[in-house]
Design a protein around this ligand. Structure first.
Ligand SMILES: [Zn+2]
Length: 271
């Protein structure tokens, strides 16, 4: 059996304790996609890796793995940047949401660099931006959907109009009032279902947008035009539901964004 060495840049997305003094890291890498590696001795006091393997740190890693064996082991790691240090609580939540979304997608290893760069650019931008993190996160999600080959255009899927008033699962995008007459029908009449692992899920085919969400969607290309008071708990819930519905109906598995479940409540606090 031969040993193989893997060198890459990586962003740590999750870290958990593994055996007595080791940890298991889930990360996105520039060269090998999403992977897990174990690091020994990281829970010992003041080791060489103290502070290096924290969530949303970007690191240079050297991994090794016996051929055929599943788990990678860390040989060396060097810190490049820390994206979570020095940011406020709301930004932290949206950083976690981006990681949470990335951990749920599948993509070919050949495309590793594109996905890695998407997350890296988002992390760097979020760290320094003075814009509200929510629209910044929406733009990240839209770019991720495009990379995944299931683009979510902010114009009407039917006629291209920029005046969208609903998200329609069966049309796979936003719709204007003229293109989606079902938006005014009672909830039950527009219900759809799909199956995941032999379980049936039903959902509303049409999610009618509040005025603020319509505005947010239409102006997502121009962060300057999005005023803080356009961002509410309601807009968060609607956008979250749209991202989940778009992904779940495209890939026939359930997606979730638990990390921003309570985010909307934070919006009022930060006023
Ligand atoms: Zn239309």
């Amino acid at each position: 059996m031969t040993n193989s060495t893997y060198l890459s840049k990586a962003i740590i997305l999750k870290r958990s304790r593994f055996k007595e003094s080791s940890c298991l890291c889930r990360c996105i890498t520039e060269d090998y996609g999403l992977l897990n590696f174990a690091a020994n001795g990281t829970y010992k006091e003041k080791g060489p890796l103290t502070g290096v393997l924290e969530p949303f740190n970007e690191v240079d890693i050297e991994l090794h793995r016996s051929s055929g064996a599943g788990l990678y082991y860390l040989r060396n790691a060097g810190l490049i940047d820390s994206y979570m240090i020095g940011i406020d609580y709301l930004k932290t939540l949206f950083l976690c949401a981006a990681g949470e979304l990335m951990l749920q997608v599948n993509y070919p290893i050949e495309d590793s660099q594109d996905y890695y760069n998407l997350l890296k650019v988002y992390c760097s931008f979020l760290k320094t931006t003075t814009y509200h993190p929510f629209p910044v996160f929406i733009r990240y999600a839209i770019r991720l959907l495009k990379l995944l080959g299931v683009p979510l255009d902010n114009n009407c899927a039917g006629c291209g109009s920029s005046q969208v008033t609903a998200y329609c699962v069966s049309q796979h995008g936003f719709t204007c009032r003229a293109c989606n007459p079902s938006q005014d029908k009672p909830y039950a009449s527009s219900e759809c279902s799909y199956s995941v692992a032999e379980k049936q899920y039903s959902y509303s085919d049409t999610l009618t947008l509040s005025d603020k969400t319509s505005y947010l969607v239409a102006n997502i290309g121009n962060l300057k035009s999005i005023d803080k008071d356009m961002i509410t708990n309601e807009t968060l819930e609607e956008i979250k539901e749209i991202i989940n519905a778009h992904l779940s109906s495209s890939f026939h598995k359930m997606f979730h964004l638990k990390s921003i479940d309570d985010c909307g409540k934070q919006f009022d606090k930060t006023e």
